[in-house]
Write a protein of this length. Structure first.
Length: 141
């Protein structure tokens, strides 16, 4: 059995200076509009998703755009391997991808609303030689 100790960042931060990888949690710190539930609700409210895509999210029991995109991408490749037409799957992938992009654009906070948090974020991130952001939004940049 493997166990992992969760350590307090304050006690180990001096050991980490090379790189920092930022995921969606970093964006959520700036705006709750970036959490999966809020993004999906905004996409639905804005009409960026069609009924077919709603069904995929519901069927998978998720609000995670990335999971839905990965599953649709996998389905395209499985369909190709089985010589099954993938038009509806390919179209759903394109619509979910576009919906995510348009939703992030629609909910992205303006600079003035996140400016107070930027100073703390910059101070934290300046500790690292390399910062990699895996996020769709531009807040960190």
């Amino acid at each position: 059995r493997i166990t992992h100790e969760i350590r307090n960042w304050a006690n180990i931060r001096d050991q980490f200076r090379d790189a920092c990888i930022l995921g969606n949690g970093a964006s959520i710190c700036f705006s709750g509009a970036f959490d999966y539930k809020s993004l999906l609700a905004a996409a639905r409210h804005q009409g960026f998703l069609k009924d077919a895509e709603h069904k995929v999210f519901t069927h998978l029991g998720t609000q995670d755009f990335e999971l839905v995109l990965r599953m649709l991408w996998n389905a395209q490749h499985i369909n190709a391997a089985l010589a099954i037409g993938d038009g509806p799957v390919r179209d759903a992938y394109a619509r979910v991808q576009a919906a995510l992009i348009e939703t992030v654009r629609a909910v992205h906070p303006d600079h003035s609303s996140v400016e107070p948090k930027l100073i703390d974020a910059a101070a934290f991130l300046s500790r690292f030689r390399t910062v990699v952001s895996l996020n769709y939004d531009l807040t960190v940049y």
